[in-house]
Design a binder for this molecule. Structure first.
Ligand SMILES: *Cc1c(COP(=O)(O)O)cnc(C)c1O
Length: 385
């Protein structure tokens, strides 16, 4: 089943996959092997060594390409390993323009690793695309966007940024982790490359760390596959199997994440102790119309601020939930709560993060797929205390 015309749920279950041709096994087997028999030197069955390719990983890579409406999928040992591969397509002297409201680990690899290799990074507010154009020069080789942003849930207009990238002939990548391919497909909106922390919604069960890239261009895919094999940050067959299994329910999970997300966001917004809720589904969210035009629904990620809460009160509140679990990460079936300033975004200097709204009193929620009444009761009880 590889039809481009199939709807999302069908592609999630069948896209890019066949039953096992050797045995008829309906589920992709876990090819737990590092190497492959050759009939004569160089005369092999299509696989030589599992850093280069492994059948379970190949199945996952084609399935990911199918659900992102792309031609080529490539899997990595983590989301950051996928980003690492993208930056390795650049050279010293090249410049990157990225959003200023960026996943903390992405900011860290850009500024703490790749700046030392002579690559220059600019962080701009991409909600106004003029800010991007202002930084473009002949060295600009990559535009890197993330939307919805983490943790402020700002929305960047993927198409508008793509038009600028195209005008100047700059490679354009979108970190699609927060939305997942169910909510949004950046390649359809003009991106050259989509990146995922597969760890989050794609895996969906908080049991795997993995990353992925999906592209259409053959030459770019070849370059990335060369880096994937040369640098070697690849996932194993067992993890590839777990993610294939996770993706089969992605659409169903995302529907419930979105439904619960809406219920929780509305509850919080009407709570007298809550000052502000950041969620793109609200009609008065500053980028709601862009979100509506490029996303299928609004998902379960949101942040909120409690009225008058200082660092201590905020940390106490996030530690007092009983159904929401205090933990880093997001996108699993279980609801998680986090304190970005001291957890996911601690790597970003305080002045930098406060500029985008990541203050000490911000709480981030990844709303899971439990019963929404229990989630709301948990928030009600904690906010009351
Ligand atoms: C988690 C995350 C990453 C990094 O992915 P890992 O799998 O943890 O390496 C990158 N971008 C976003 C938006 C994330 O949430």
């Amino acid at each position: 089943m590889d039809s481009k015309d199939a709807k999302f749920g069908t592609k999630a279950i069948h896209g890019g996959l066949t039953h096992d041709l050797a045995t008829g096994a309906i589920m992709t087997p876990i090819y737990q092997t590092s190497t492959y028999v050759q009939r004569a030197p160089g005369d092999h069955y299509g696989y030589e060594y599992s850093r280069t390719a492994n059948p379970t990983r190949t199945a996952l890579e084609s399935n990911l390409a199918s659900i992102e409406n792309g031609k080529h999928g490539l899997c990595f040992a983590s989301g950051l390993a996928a980003i690492d591969a993208v930056i390795k397509t650049l050279k010293p002297g090249d410049e990157v323009i990225s959003t200023n409201d960026l996943y903390g680990g992405t900011y860290r690899i850009f500024t703490k690793i790749f700046e030392d290799f002579g690559i220059k990074f600019h962080f701009v507010d991409m909600m106004d695309v003029k800010n991007i154009e202002a930084k473009i020069n002949e060295n600009t080789k990559l535009i890197w966007a993330e939307t919805p942003t983490n943790p402020m849930c700002n929305i960047i207009d993927i198409k508008a940024v793509g038009e600028i990238a195209k005008k100047y002939g700059i490679l354009y990548g979108v970190d699609n982790t927060f939305a997942s391919p169910y909510l949004q497909n950046p390649l359809d909106l003009g991106a050259d490359l989509v990146m995922h922390s597969v760890t989050k919604y794609l895996g969906g069960h908080s049991d795997v760390v993995m990353g992925a890239l999906v592209v259409n261009d053959d030459a770019l895919a070849e370059k990335l596959a060369f880096i994937q094999n040369s640098s070697g940050a690849v996932p194993g067959p067992m993890d590839s199997f777990l993610v294939l299994r996770g993706i089969k329910t992605l659409h169903v999970r995302m529907q419930r994440h979105s439904e619960n997300g809406k219920a929780v966001a509305e509850y919080l917004r009407n709570h007298p102790k809550v000052e502000k809720v950041y969620w793109p589904g609200f009609e008065d969210h500053p980028n709601h119309l862009v979100a509506k035009s490029q996303m299928r629904d609004f998902g379960g990620m949101m942040s909120f601020v409690v009225k008058g809460a200082n660092l201590e009160a905020t940390q106490k509140l996030v530690s007092s939930f009983k159904v929401f679990t205090l933990a880093e990460s997001l996108g699993g079936v279980e609801s998680l709560a986090g304190h970005p300033a001291s957890m996911t975004h601690a790597a970003i200097p305080k002045e930098e993060r406060e500029k985008t709204g990541v203050t000490d009193s911000l709480i981030r929620l990844s709303v899971g797929i439990e019963d929404k009444d229990d989630l709301i009761a948990d928030l009600a009880r904690a906010l009351e205390a």
